[in-house]
Design a protein around this ligand. Structure first.
Ligand SMILES: [Zn+2]
Length: 133
């Protein structure tokens, strides 16, 4: 069984760059997602689930993700180099650079990369294979 790697923006001191790293939710946050989908028709999570479609499968995947999360020991890792010392970028328009403290302004983010990249990771976030190598 494979799960998609949820991602967040980080600064990686090893890559010396802004990168995508693992987003590792808490068990209670994942349980809240299930509760929202099942019991809160007006919630953002429920609406997102409806857009994605096949809600029973999404619920089943969330249960598998909870199982994984309960066993996961490692902190989030950089998806490029595997470094675990990554620093989360605050979800704000302006923030201080996590390493230099310099003022940073976010102009946008999203699917800007034009190169396709597929990779597989162990449950602890270590890369098994990558189309990038
Ligand atoms: Zn890195």
């Amino acid at each position: 069984m494979r799960l998609a790697v949820n991602q967040a923006d980080y600064y990686c001191p090893n890559c010396n760059h802004f990168v995508v790293g693992e987003r590792i939710e808490t068990v209670s946050a994942l349980e809240q997602e299930i509760n929202d989908i099942e019991n809160a028709p007006q919630s953002r999570r429920r609406m997102l689930a409806e857009v994605i479609g096949n809600i029973p499968q999404q619920i089943a995947e969330l249960h598998i993700r909870i199982k994984w999360r309960k066993n996961r020991r490692s902190p989030p890792k950089c998806l490029h180099c595997g470094c675990a010392d990554i620093l989360l970028i605050p979800d704000r328009k302006e923030f201080n650079h996590p390493e230099t403290g310099k003022r940073m302004k976010r102009s946008g983010n999203g699917f800007a990369s034009t190169a396709e990249w597929f990779a597989t990771y162990t449950p602890e976030g270590d890369q098994i294979e990558s189309s990038n190598k």
